[in-house]
Design a protein around this ligand. Sequence first.
Ligand code: ZN
Length: 442
Amino acid sequence: MTVSRMETTWITNVRLPVVLLENSTELDLETTDSDGLIAADLRIEGERIAEITSAAARPGCNVIDQRGGMVLPCFVDMHTHIDKGHIWPRKSNSDGTFDGALAAVIEDRSAHWGAEDVRRRMDFSLRCAYAHGTAALRTHLDSSDPQHKISWPLFAEIRREWAGRIDLQAVSILGIDRFLEGFGPELADQVAKSGGILGAVTFMMPELDEALDIIFQLAIERGLDLDFHSDETADPESRSLRQVAEAAIRNDFTGRIVCGHCCSIANQPADEAEACLDLLLEAGIAVVSLPMCNMYLQDRAGQQTPHWRGVTLLREMRDWGIPVAVASDNTRDPFYGYGDLDGLEVLREAVRILQLDCPVGEWVSAMTRWPADIIGRPDLGRLSVGGTADLVLFDGRNYSELLSRPESNRQVIRDGRIIDRSLPDYRELDDLMSAKSLKGAA
Ligand SMILES: [Zn+2]
């Protein structure tokens, strides 16, 4: 497939979500349709969006005619696990539960996660994300000793290699109890040295406040942001999200904080849940929901049919003024057996699982503009005159069409150029999926 260089190009007859437009004063917002979309033409000069203006005939110009198809900014996928991705063929989840996933990944990590194994799977994941139209991605990195010594230096290399294609951020992940054992400073130093974000899994334990104070102080001393996996369980007694918010307030934390999952709040009494939302707002905590992974793991019990979707109170959080987003989470590993880091799939499934419709309206922001803001990249995830032309062009002319098909024939434009969207072949990873360990091969 050829990669074409566009100098001045008009992308005409497009429909754009009004909520993703910035500084586009030339459009008549009165013409916005019931989906929150507006007809427009985009002028691309080199790698920038030079103009967003009313649809018109463009005789004599270099034109891509979208025939009414929607255009979105490239996706921002703010919660993934590309170090775990694609191990499913050699380490599946035998019963589909959270505990089954945890045990399987620990086994696989100790047997296989040398630098070469992790590098090849990470690179595979990033090529998928890039082909689907993702421009920025945050991954969690398993950081239990000694994996942190392998994965963090490797991540720094991969971030350099992918610069200009996918902007990468990384977060440490390990049980918060490990911070009580004195491992915290070494890990926090590694994270700081790598330009990362400090994170952990929070769950109920007697010393949770003590552990949270340790991690908050480690972050404050090093100027790090924080990103937690919190309450990934249906159990309403799991209230670690609330304790994270209280710790942020108690420690006067001024950095960014994200909490992912936050499932159990959906099963708490309304007054208790609302008190937690007040605390999240006061603490300035953003919440990312991982609807596909939640639907996969939550409420799984043997061969019974599940009764709930497993997702947090995302609509209520948005109403409360809490910054929210959705993201991929795991791909083809024991925590989620499917997935391909496709931002459109995440948006489509989020709309269905969380009922982010009637209308979709502003919720298109949950995979674009809002995560960009949350991860500190307000230049991404929007359609801005003067902004980089990082765009995804779809056939669908409205949300009904867009969210009904995979849109596998979408076009992705990066820095003003149409990219090659070929997906990597699973067969590339076949040699890693044999029982033989590659760990020593690094
Ligand atoms: Zn996760």
